[in-house]
Write a protein that binds this ligand. Structure first.
Ligand code: GLC
Length: 555
């Protein structure tokens, strides 16, 4: 009584498919490790921590933007796509990082931000200095405003962080920014823009990076023909696929076909993963072998911690990934969302924005439960076929820092929403490496976002060698995953209690999660990993076990 989901591995040369089932660890560099005590994490800090990553057992690091930036959006406002922010390091230090990672057997994926640049980018500065209609302005999206003197924005569109999506430049023209005003959107109809991005990709691929994470991959190509629609028309939900004026247009895949040719001209080919917020059935286009190769599925970020939701997400995504000829991507946390140890600590249906606004007091988070569930969910996704993307600090079981004071907030969301949305700083607080020290081992001085006192107990050195600590659990899980890793197949175990989801992987690896709170009989087999304490005969609630041998639904 099983159903088999099989993803046939495509024919490929050895060494070219590492990404299909990789564990990728996301580093948000300004909050990872600070080597010079200026409060901001940097490349030498990261290089010094490569042993931590190697010991953890990750296959690759995804490095969020480290390029020169005014930090209007945490580095996603890039002033020079082919350099390193001097506050973070130098190109030589980047090369040292690549060498250290590769020396430790860890690959490197860098973030590419192709939808927009920073307003400090030389091309945007040239555009501002040039006249309306000039080739300089044609690299971005400038339009004349409405009204006699162009004093009104061309449309009523709003930006992702709040406020209007157009900014006036004083001569009757306005430029488009889907995100912050400091992030003008590129004009992808302009061949110069396309060529410049190919240069950027070659620049980093030549320096040895193994892959790219493509920011807002679904937004680059827009239909900005006149008349521009109103916000209400844009939002009308019944558009045929590929017909939205701003997002997920079919033509964007011409860009990625060209990029794929570039990636495949390297040996081994460079990998890429799309951050594309598109309906599930449109994801395959980004993830196809002719396109970027892989696309994030963020479904678990939105799913409640319950058996039915988790199973449905997995079934859908294994099917979709197989259709795309890709492997699936599992994400529980990243730099844009409330950390999963906190999401799972809140009652189902909690409005996370409101919870953050209350400083994390309404409702009160059940931290112990959140961590128990987070570890169970992590063990669940690590057993699935496909790759898992981990976010820095989740290996310490860090919850969200929900009570950052307003004056410390850096996320443009806070200001742009007029203080109605707190934003993403709570998952970006610099990591605690040690229980003591001025910034818990992050650096020699105070960190750029204040760390809470409770960080001490969760610091890496406090968890080192501690049986049962989250850090040791992650290490064991990744080591066991590497030992058990097998073909991209999954077979559901049926006949389990309603709150239990169980599946087998080839080679006798079974994963069983009890999403409920009532203990269930421990399935047969030898327990090789558990996300929390387990007994001989009972699998406690909110716990995952991995079993080897003839594992089944019950004893
Ligand atoms: C992506 C990034 C996010 C950033 C936005 C604009 O969604 O993950 O952090 O703010 O793009 O670049």
């Amino acid at each position: 009584m099983t159903d088999l989901l099989e993803t046939p591995a495509p024919p490929a040369a050895p060494g070219t498919t590492w990404w299909r089932q990789a564990v990728v660890y996301q580093v948000y560099p300004r909050s990872f490790a600070d080597s010079n005590g200026d409060g901001t994490g940097d490349l030498p800090g990261l290089t010094a921590r490569v042993p931590h990553l190697a010991r953890l057992g990750v296959d690759a690091v995804w490095l969020s933007p480290f390029y020169p930036s005014e930090l209007a959006d945490g580095g996603y406002d890039v002033a020079d796509h082919r350099d390193v922010d001097p506050r973070i390091g130098t190109l030589e230090q980047f090369d040292e990082l690549v060498a250290a990672l590769h020396g430790a057997g860890v690959k490197l994926i860098v973030d590419v931000v192709p939808n927009h640049s920073s307003d400090r980018h030389p091309w945007f500065q040239q555009a501002l200095a040039a006249a309306p209609g000039s080739p300089e302005r044609e690299r971005y999206v400038f339009r004349r405003g409405r009204g006699e003197r162009g004093e009104l924005p061309p449309t009523d569109w709003t930006a992702a962080f709040g406020g209007p999506a157009w900014e006036p430049v004083g001569d009757g023209q306005w430029y488009l920014h889907l995100f912050a005003p400091e992030q003008p959107d590129w004009n992808w109809a302009n061949p110069e823009v396309r060529e410049d991005h190919l240069r950027t990709l070659r620049f980093w691929a030549d320096r040895g990076v193994d892959g790219f994470r493509i920011d807002v991959a679904h937004a680059l190509v827009k239909d900005l023909s006149e008349p521009l629609p109103s916000a209400a028309d844009l939002a009308a939900g019944d558009l045929p696929d590929g017909a939205h004026r701003l997002f997920d247009r079919d033509e964007v895949h011409e860009v990625y076909r060209e990029w794929r040719e570039l990636f495949d001209s390297y040996d081994p080919p460079r990998t890429a993963v799309a951050e594309a917020w598109v309906p599930a059935h449109r994801r395959a286009r980004y993830a196809s072998p002719e396109g970027l190769g892989q696309a994030f599925n963020f479904d678990l970020l939105q799913a409640g911690f319950d058996a039915a939701s988790f199973r449905a997400v997995v079934e859908d995504n294994l099917r979709l990934a197989a259709q795309a000829g890709s492997s699936s991507t599992w994400v529980l946390s990243n730099h844009d969302v409330v950390r999963h140890a906190s999401r799972y600590a809140l009652p189902a249906g909690t409005d996370e924005e409101a919870w953050l606004l209350s400083g994390g007091t309404e409702p009160v988070a059940d931290r112990e439960r959140g961590l128990r569930r987070a570890r169970a969910a992590t063990a669940f996704v690590l057993a699935l076929p496909g790759s898992t993307y981990l976010y820095q600090g989740e290996e310490l079981g860090l919850p969200e820092v929900a009570d950052l004071p307003a004056e410390a907030l850096q996320d443009p969301t806070w200001r742009r929403s007029g203080g109605t949305r707190k934003g993403r700083d709570g998952c970006r607080v610099p990591l605690p490496w040690s229980a003591g020290g001025p910034s818990h081992g992050f650096g020699d001085g105070p960190a750029h976002l204040p760390q809470p006192g409770w960080y001490a107990a969760l610091a890496a050195d406090a968890q080192e060698g501690e049986a049962g600590s989250t850090l040791e659990f992650y290490r064991r899980a990744l080591a066991q995953r590497a030992r058990s890793q097998t073909a991209e197949e999954l077979e559901w175990v049926t006949g389990t209690p309603a709150d239990v989801v169980a599946f087998r992987r080839p080679g006798g690896w079974t994963c069983v999660t009890n999403f409920g709170t009532t203990p269930v009989p421990m399935p047969t087999g030898r327990v090789v990993l558990s996300s929390g304490p387990v007994g001989e005969t009972l699998l406690p609630g909110e716990t995952t076990v991995w079993l080897e041998g003839e594992a089944g639904a019950g004893r």
